[in-house]
Design a binder for this molecule. Sequence first.
Ligand code: C2E
Ligand code: CA
Ligand code: CA
Ligand code: CA
Length: 276
Amino acid sequence: AKRRDKNGWTLFEETMDQQYSERQRMKLELREAVRTNSMGLFYQPMFNPAGTQVAGAEALSRWHHPQLGPVSPAIYIPLAEEMGIIGDLTRCVIEKAVGDCVSWPGELFVSVNLSAHDLSDRTIVSVITDALDRYNLAPERLQLEITESGLMNDLEVARDILTELRAMGMQIAIDDFGTGYSSLSYLDILPLNKVKIDRSFVRNLAEDAKKLKLLRGVVHLARELGLDVVVEGVETEEQLVMIRENNCADLIQGYIFGTPMPKGAFLELATKLSKA
Ligand code: C2E
Ligand code: CA
Ligand code: CA
Ligand code: CA
């Protein structure tokens, strides 16, 4: 049986046997969806702290299963990694994201998530540069989001790839910063220019005085290193006010300003709220 969580994602409650075959079936269907390029892509805006300007958007992949409905990326991204098809999915995301960003106003950037496998060999470099060339998008308008799980395989290879992409002008952001998936040593090793602070620092910000101290500390550290700070998962007015008053963000990404949306809706929003 399936049920929905509060975000509308499909969850599963099954016996072990049912779970196994459900999973096998889902793998087949996922492979087919990736092969036929039928995965969707939503965009979530990143705003200035005042909420008056859109600076760019994170591309978030979506899978609408014909029977199950929307399946959470938290479920199918690990599956795709396990199946060895994450590279194909990343390629589709880059293709769509770069193609869409070309029609966005001004200097708006698009931010794409990279996975473990993507940074383990140099194929990714040509996948990216080929898309930028074909669509004639400036490298500065593409941002790549990296997590620790995306780097575990071979840190040196990953660092070399990222250094090359950074040298072309792309922006490199460390994602989920401050969680187990994103450790301090990467600030030293990787050619970063942005830190995306995980939403665990924002949750209970208004209730728990310790949270603000942690957030301020992490932001200070990032800025000492010359990195821009994106604060993720801002949901309430209270959180927003605290982040503003403490000057904790260069950019804000959260439900309070905008949820992930289809490309048409994002273009409309961006056209209204961009600098250009
Ligand atoms: P992430 O990279 O940390 O992406 C941000 C997630 O936080 C998104 O979940 C977004 O919908 C959610 N979010 C944004 N603002 C808020 C907020 O104010 N409150 C709350 N509670 N959540 C917020 P989503 O789209 O379900 O994606 C989950 C994860 O799946 C992503 O986390 C990312 O790690 C992965 N993912 C999604 N698309 C891709 C992709 O194309 N490639 C790869 N490799 N991973 C992806
Ligand atoms: Ca991300
Ligand atoms: Ca070009
Ligand atoms: Ca994140």
